[in-house]
Structures are given as C-alpha cells and as structure tokens.
Design a protein around this ligand. Structure first.
Ligand code: NCD
Length: 304
C-alpha cells in the first residue's frame, strides 16, 4: 500500500495513484470519522503535532483523525511553550521530537520549513502550511469535496478568489486543479495576484484567466473557492487595510451564479462570505471541514 513519497511537502509529489488511494480510503473511513465504528489501525503510533502558527481545523482534525484510528498525539500549538522560545532551531526541535513520535504534522511561518524539516527528520513529515508556501492536505480535502459534489475533478471552471499572493491553500490548489485539466480563474484585488512563478508553471498546463472582476466571471463558474486576506503576512498594515474589504460573497452577488455553483473556503472566514450564504445550497465549506478528518485519516494510515 503506502504512498509514492514518504513525506507530503507539496501537492506535486503526490501521484495520481496516491490521490486515488487517499480518496478511496477516505470514503471507507467515513463511519469511523463519524464515531459510528471503531478502529485500532494506528494503535501504538504517535503523531508529533508541531504548530508554530495558529490553527483550529488542521490541528484538531489531525488529532481527531489519529485518535479515531486508535493512535496518540503529542506536540505543541504555541512555540512559546517549547524550547524554541529559548532559541532552539527548527532542525534541533525535529531531531528531538522524532525520538518521541512516528510521524510529524508541521505548521510553521517560514516558507520552505517543511522541506527543511524533512531533510533532517528520520520520520515522515506532513506539511500543514509553511508560511505563504503550500498546504497540501488542505488541497486534498478541497479536491475531495469537489469530487464529492461533481463526481469528477476535471473539466470544471474553478475560480480562486481573494489573497492569491499570500494564501498557501490557493497555491497548492492551483497546481492540483490544473493537473486535472480544469479552467482556472484567478480573481484577486490588485496587489494580491497569484505569484508569477505559479502562473508561469501553470500556463503550460492549461487555461488560466486572471481578473479583479468577480461579478464578470462568476456566472461562468462551477466552483468559487474563497479565501481571506492573510493579514499576518503583510509587512505594511496600511496595505492590508486598503485591500481587506475589497470583495464579499453574499446572496445578492450569488443571484448571477449558476444554480449548481459550489462555494468553498478553507476557513477561517473573516468577512469575505456573508453568513447568510451558509444555509444556501451553494455553501460547501462546512462539508470541507468534515472531509478534513476522513482525508487526514486516510493520509495517516497510508503513510504509517
Ligand atoms: C488556512 C491556512 O492555514 O492556510 N487554514 C486552514 O488550514 N484551513 C487558510 C487561512 O488561514 O486563511
């Protein structure tokens, strides 16, 4: 069984076969994720959960996934309570905690940190977000949600809206959705466009449209993936204030959307989707939260 690579650092090292394995496992694990069946598949295994940045869903869904499968979790969610506070490096932290666990989930503000950790670690590393870099397990659950709703992951028109510059979820998702031959729409306020190297990489793969005009492209879309402005990545707060209210998805706007449009969001949401949208048939972001558990259960069981 297993996956092609022993770590998950970016989406790109996952093969199509890996993705298929993860999704078919995730389907099977659903009753366990809902607490309707028990499993001891990860009995005797310990997840090292190292979060150097805030998290609700990623951290707790990995924890829930591990515990539902009979494993245990150690770690920290605030670096201030670890020896990092005394000046210990990430590499030394990894070389230490690897003695206590079988696999790591790492979230860190520095781009490239997960790759660095994988270079020194004796146990597998799962990247749970490296600064403005990548977030591959989020992308797996996003793709899984898309497949659940459309029965396919290709030939869709997918809009990525918001902070495409700093948003790691949209970086990983752009690679993933373009691999499966979808038409992509990058919709962002000026200054928050998708990084040029990603656009260049993907332009060779398929059709990409870039715009700042959500209303114009909305009627075309099958999926609208909304993201918040990543306040913590701005060095200039006045720049954040300039862009923070520049888009909002509400019922009024969605009048012009296709009736089968699915609205996704990795969450947390700030103000970019009005709460009135939550009960509309478009809203799929709380379904994503649940699939986060099944998909992460599948990833853990395949890597271990
Ligand atoms: C995202 C992240 O941390 O990149 N959250 C998540 O993992 N669901 C999105 C965000 O913080 O905006």
């Amino acid at each position: 069984m297993g996956l092609k690579s022993e770590n998950i650092i970016t989406f790109n090292e996952l093969s199509d076969d890996d993705i298929e394995k993860i999704f078919s496992q995730a389907e099977k694990l659903e009753p366990i994720a809902r607490g309707k069946k028990e499993s001891n598949r990860l009995e005797g295994k310990i997840l090292g959960s190292l979060f150097f940045e805030p998290s609700t869903r990623t951290k707790l869904s990995f924890k829930s996934a591990t515990q539902r499968l009979g494993g245990k979790v150690i770690g920290f969610s605030r670096p201030e309570v670890s020896s990092v506070k005394k000046g210990e490096s990430l590499a030394d932290t990894i070389r230490t905690v690897e003695n206590y666990c079988d696999i790591f989930v790492l979230r860190h503000p520095q781009m490239g940190s997960a790759k660095l950790a994988a270079e020194v670690s004796e146990v597998p590393i799962i990247n749970a977000g490296d600064g403005a870099g990548h977030h591959p397990t989020q992308t797996l659950l996003d793709l899984f949600t898309i497949r659940k709703n459309f029965d396919r992951m290709e030939n869709l028109k997918i809009g990525l809206l918001g902070d495409l510059k700093y948003g790691r979820t949209v970086h990983s998702l752009a690679y993933a959705t373009s691999r499966f031959k979808n038409e992509l729409y990058f919709i962002s306020p000026s200054g928050l466009e998708m990084p040029r190297e990603i656009v260049n990489d993907l332009s060779e793969e398929g059709k990409i449209n870039e715009t700042s005009d959500l209303e114009e492209v909305l009627p075309e879309l099958d999926v609208l993936y909304v993201t918040r402005v990543q306040k913590e990545r701005f060095s200039d707060l006045s720049e954040y204030k300039r862009v923070k209210d520049s888009y909002k998805v509400d019922l009024d706007l969605l009048e012009s959307a296709d009736q089968d449009l699915k609205v996704l969001h990795p969450l947390p949401r700030v103000d970019e989707i009005s709460s009135e949208v939550d009960t509309s048939p478009h809203a799929k972001y709380f379904d994503q939260v649940f699939y986060g558990v099944t998909v992460r259960m599948a990833i853990l069981s395949l890597l271990l």
